[in-house]
Design a protein around this ligand. Structure first.
Ligand code: ATP
Length: 263
């Protein structure tokens, strides 16, 4: 069964066909067909162990499928390494924020921007000059993310929520075309969660988002379309309002009465 993304969008940004991944005998992603429409905000939900993170890893290229195909922006990328996918515009965040703890917050941003620096490709610069230019870009992005007061703090000394926001700001600064978010609200409280919601709400329309999240209020606030996974298989794709009308979704992943307040 093919699950299309939300109606009204152009050709899919992402087209997964028969995608299968195994750890030994366990099929973590099982013959999955899924299309994510270009420019859509697509949620991915399912119980613990449903295969959500594995699927993001397959798309980002940190894992490779046993069989099946991944097509991104019209190209088959199934065998591409991570860095080639990243250069092609696939950005991601992780369940545990991936930051460089001994570098300052601003230098984490510079490190993220460095390999995506088209300015240098067009016109090579001395490293010091290039660093100062990227640092200015990084400072502007930190300001938008509400992290400017922490620019000179080592990332390892930031709170969990601040590290999450830093990782998101760093990937957004690279201007991804496809953004894979793995439980971005996990561990966030109060103001940090509001900053996250604001950041996601103000993403450029052209960015395609695949959001893995257990906080269903956030999924409903951000996503027009949601897919439920169960034991690596596609269960159902629908709007956030109608997804739980599907009996298999309701059985496999009962909707909590209340998710995170304020998302
Ligand atoms: P969660 O919501 O808890 O993050 P998930 O839906 O993201 O869960 P995955 O992390 O993709 O689920 O895991 C899918 C299955 O693969 C689970 O049964 C998990 O135990 C198993 N798994 C994950 N990583 C490994 C590994 N390195 N070796 C063996 N099995 C693994």
């Amino acid at each position: 069964m093919t699950a299309a993304g939300s109606a009204g969008h152009a050709a899919p940004a992402l087209d997964l066909a028969g995608l299968t991944h195994r750890y030994g005998a366990l099929a973590t992603v099982d013959h999955l067909d899924l299309q994510i429409a270009a420019g859509s905000r697509h949620g991915l939900i399912g119980a613990n162990g449903a295969g959500k993170t594995t699927l993001l890893n397959l798309i980002a290229g940190t894992l490779h499928p046993a069989s099946g195909q991944i097509r991104y922006a019209g190209q088959v990328i199934t065998g591409w390494p991570v860095h080639r996918r990243a250069r092609a515009g696939i950005g991601r965040t992780h369940q545990t924020p991936a930051v460089l703890p001994s570098l300052s917050t601003v230098d984490n941003m510079v490190a993220a921007l460095w390999p995506h620096d088209r300015g240098h490709q067009r016109r090579p610069e001395w490293p010091g000059r290039r660093y100062r230019r990227l640092r200015a870009t990084a400072m502007a992005a930190l300001d938008t993310a509400g992290l400017a007061p922490h620019a000179h703090t080592p990332a390892g000394a930031l709170s969990h929520g601040q590290r999450r926001l830093l990782e998101l700001a760093a990937v957004l600064a690279t201007r991804p075309a496809l953004l894979l978010l793995d439980e971005p609200a996990a561990g966030l409280t109060g103001a940090d969660r509001d900053l996250l919601t604001d950041q996601l709400a103000t993403l450029p329309e052209a960015v395609t988002v695949l959001l893995v999240e257990h906080h269903l209020d956030l999924v409903a606030a951000v996503c027009g379309t949601v897919t439920a996974l169960h034991q690596g298989r596609h269960l159902h794709t629908a709007t956030p309002d109608t997804l739980w009308q599907h009996p298999q979704v309701a059985a496999a992943y009962p909707r909590p009465d209340r998710s995170v307040p304020g998302c």
